[in-house]
Design a protein around this ligand. Structure first.
Ligand code: SF4
Ligand code: SF4
Length: 299
């Protein structure tokens, strides 16, 4: 895997100050997620819409959706209170790029009001290509794409449908479109020097044998970091494919896959699958200190 020393100064700085991109940074730099994006444009079989987007978050977590104005207010309050706060990310509770007006309203305001904050977004990738220009213009330095497969036959088992050109597309065709959009988005981001992290959800029996190939492929295309996350299958989060039998990978299976990928790729192993409204250092959650009521009181 490429070492940090091989990177240019600009990339090194982007990496060093983002707690998710650099394991060393995660004790020193904090991030905040602003939960402004309720809608989603696809359906993942592992998602329960009552909870935060499982592409980034541990299932079973419900974040309160903020308006863009509320999110800006909260971000400025958090940045004032937590000096290590270096990154503002938008990661849900749905797909940030399926809510482009809301997501970009926050980025636009913060680019003016908090120009030192690094901006970060995570997405399933379906709407990514049409937004890459705007992300680059607003100096969004970090983008996470959740890529669970390259093979549409596997994709058809993960995604029952996507919403595309004003209609619902199902099955293999849906997976084909989503995969093509993800790959195109990845290429466009890399061309513009935006750092890309790829998240993959490891689903035993579905894509577990396929993810090492995904890892090699996205690395060859210039993704910076790969984060393989375990499917967290629990009855209260709903079923998978409408079946109750889908299991999570064991910690050993997850680690074996991460080790296999690590030969070729920078792997993230400190992901905490944070809430869409997480605040603070990774592994601590201070979001309750910054409820809207409290922020209104700080003004
Ligand atoms: Fe759910 Fe996220 Fe998948 Fe949308 S992209 S269906 S919010 S897990
Ligand atoms: Fe970072 Fe993982 Fe948390 Fe996202 S979910 S902010 S990648 S630690």
């Amino acid at each position: 895997a490429p070492g940090l020393d091989a990177l240019g100064e600009d990339v090194r700085r982007k990496v060093a100050e983002h707690p998710c991109y650099s394991e060393g940074a995660h004790h020193h730099f904090a991030r905040m997620h602003a939960a402004v994006a309720p809608a989603c444009n696809i359906q993942c079989n592992y998602c329960n819409r009552k909870f935060d987007c499982s592409n980034e978050s541990r299932p079973g977590v419900v974040s309160e959706v903020l308006t863009p104005d509320q999110a800006v207010l909260k971000t400025l309050a958090v940045a004032a209170a937590i000096p290590q706060m270096s990154v503002l990310g938008i990661a849900g509770p749905g797909d940030p790029l399926a809510n482009p007006e809301r997501t970009f309203a926050v980025f636009r305001e913060l680019a003016v009001k908090a120009p030192d904050l690094k901006l970060c977004v995570s997405t399933n990738g379906l709407a990514l290509p049409e937004h890459v220009e705007e992300l680059a213009r607003l100096k969004v330095d970090h983008v996470t794409i959740t890529i669970n497969c390259l093979d549409p036959d596997i994709g058809a088992k993960i995604y029952p449908w996507i919403f595309w050109n004003h209609r619902r597309v199902r099955g293999r065709e849906a997976a084909e479109i989503l995969i093509a959009q993800q790959q195109k988005g990845l290429e466009m981001l890399v061309e513009r020097g935006i750092l890309v992290k790829v998240n993959s959800v490891m689903i035993p029996g579905i894509n577990d044998q396929h993810l090492a190939e995904v890892s090699r492929h996205v690395r060859a295309k210039g993704a910076f970091l790969h984060n393989v996350m375990p499917l967290i299958a629990a009855p209260e989060h709903g079923t998978y494919f409408g079946l109750t039998g889908q299991r999570s990978p064991s910690p050993q299976e997850l680690q074996a896959l991460q080790d296999e990928c690590a030969g070729d790729m920078n792997m993230m192993r400190h992901c905490r699958q944070c809430r869409a409204d997480a605040v603070g250092l990774l592994g601590e959650d201070r979001s309750s200190e910054f409820s809207l009521a409290k922020i209104a009181g700080m003004e």
